[in-house]
Design a protein around this ligand. Structure first.
Ligand SMILES: [Zn+2]
Ligand SMILES: [Zn+2]
Length: 177
């Protein structure tokens, strides 16, 4: 069985048929990665792409719909590691105390003392978001976050966050319901 999205090649997750029915009923989404013949599949679990269909899986909801990963973990879109790791890109203290940092835009790995530019002042006037010393994009996380600072993981973050990001903004701009 194919575990990569036909549209974008991202690793798929599985959603139960009754959950899919619930999603369609409540969000009436444009389900981009859902097979047209999903209802007639033998399995109760249907594969969908968390990247193409992040909105549909509840990315912008308080609580996402239940999904199952390739390794069998029951989770939601918010709790996938490459989604959770993104929260760590605006934490100056954590970035600076990291042994190494990585950029999920250009995938370079470097020591935090290479960072020379920050932005995103917090209420105390301290800039929390590091600009990558290699590419200048604000997509830096540190190893103190607990997430693996290695190319595979950064590349997964890149594919998830850099691809559909424009799409999120467009959806936000248009009223939902
Ligand atoms: Zn996809
Ligand atoms: Zn970079």
């Amino acid at each position: 069985m194919q575990w990569n999205c036909k549209r974008c090649d991202f690793e798929l997750v599985e959603v139960r048929k009754d959950t899919i029915a619930e999603i369609i009923e409540s969000l009436k989404p444009n389900f981009l990665s859902l097979s047209k013949s999903w209802k007639s599949h033998k399995s109760e679990w249907i594969k969908v792409c968390p990247r193409c269909d992040s909105y549909t899986l509840g990315m912008e909801m308080e609580q996402g719909f239940p999904i199952r990963t390739k390794s069998g973990d029951r989770t939601t879109i918010h709790n996938l590691d490459f989604v959770k790791a993104h929260k760590h890109h605006d934490n100056r203290e954590e970035i600076l105390k990291s042994e190494k940092c990585g950029c999920f835009y250009c995938l370079e790995i470097f020591s935090p003392d290479k960072i020379f530019e920050w932005h995103g002042e917090d209420e105390n006037g301290i800039e929390q978001i590091a600009m990558c010393p290699e590419c200048g994009i604000d997509s830096v996380i540190g190893s103190a976050s607990g997430y693996p600072i290695e190319r595979n993981f950064l590349s997964k973050m890149h594919d998830f966050w850099m691809g559909p990001y424009e799409g999120f903004k467009a959806r936000r701009a248009s009223p939902v319901n």
